[in-house]
Design a protein. Structure first.
Length: 320
């Protein structure tokens, strides 16, 4: 009878890996979405907010859970929540251009700075991309003006294939993003290459992965990410990857090939992967359930903007 030798080190290593996977790292990363002021025309009241449903579904489809970083939170409440979650997302508008001195923006910058300094991954799209660029630049210069709406190409830079944000792409994905009219843009403001390269903070902290052009041929920064070797993990797109999966308008669905849907999910999956590697966590599921989006549906009011964007609305009175 053959004697089977027990490999202690093999099973010990498996035990340690199991601990790391199930205890240290979150099973499902939790992403905090920073709210938008609602109604959009009133920036002096901070008792109501809107959350873009497309971004919620986009991240949930990639395995994340969502919490809301409410716009009425104090700095202490923001810090407490950020120390429990694994990523931050600044979504698209709509809203007027950034003014830099409003409470909503100052609170957003506090969220950005704390997440950046503590290595919590950050994503920004459209307005969110402008926010993470302006916050890093820290110069309060006005946004550059653009006139851009529709499905466009993304002009990838030479370092695009070395980037994190596109690292799950195959060769055909790079080609199609660079050559097909499948990336949705809608913005009146943005970051020009001239502004980017005139700011030391931007040059030292971000790499440009892609550019775009508005209908007048004016060039803007379209994809950015943190430079390699830095503590912070920040990603931004001026175009809307989430639209490929969750835009409701019929005209868009007719021009949305399957490969564009795939690229959309690959991009956010990389962000979710970065978030999964963050060790922040709630004490237990009971504590997490008080914050997660799925468990606050009783406080939700659902509406639309421009007949296509699905928003969830929260009111401060429901959380007191």
């Amino acid at each position: 009878m053959t004697k089977v030798k027990f490999n202690f080190y093999k099973y010990f290593n498996l035990f340690i890996f199991s601990l790391l996977f199930n205890i240290v790292l979150p099973k499902k990363p939790v992403i905090g979405m920073y709210g938008l002021v609602e109604p959009i025309s009133d920036y002096n009241q901070y008792t109501k907010e809107a959350i873009d449903g497309g971004f919620v579904r986009w991240m949930e489809a990639s395995g994340a859970e969502i919490v809301v970083i409410h716009i009425w939170y104090s700095h202490e409440q923001i810090i407490s929540l950020l120390n429990k979650i694994n990523g931050v997302l600044f979504s698209a508008g709509p809203r007027r251009p950034l003014k830099y001195d409003e409470p909503w923006e100052l609170r957003a910058k506090f969220v950005f700075d704390y997440a950046k300094d503590n290595g919590i991954p950050i994503w920004g799209t459209c307005l969110g991309m402008q926010m993470i660029t302006v916050f890093m630049a820290d110069d309060n210069k006005p946004m550059d003006k653009y006139d851009n709406i529709g499905l466009k190409k993304v002009e990838l830079t030479k370092i695009a294939k070395e980037s994190k944000i596109l690292s799950l792409f195959k060769e055909k994905d790079y080609y199609n993003l660079n050559n097909s009219l499948t990336s949705f843009h809608i913005h009146k403001h943005g970051i020009s290459p001239e502004r980017f390269f005139s700011n030391k903070n931007l040059i030292e902290n971000y790499d440009i992965i892609g550019y775009g052009y508005d209908k007048n041929g004016k060039k803007f920064v379209n994809i950015i990410e943190s430079k390699k070797g830095l503590k912070h993990k920040i990603f931004g797109t001026q175009f809307h990857p989430e639209k490929n999966s969750f835009e409701r308008a019929n005209w868009f669905k007719e021009k949305n090939p399957m490969d564009a849907l795939r690229r959309s999910q690959l991009m956010i999956m990389k962000f979710i992967e970065e978030a999964r590697n963050n060790g922040n966590k709630f004490i237990n599921d009971s504590e997490k359930s008080k914050y997660t989006f799925i468990n606050t549906y009783e406080n939700l009011k659902v509406g639309t903007y421009n007949k296509s964007i699905n928003y969830y609305y929260f009111e401060k009175k429901d959380f007191v």
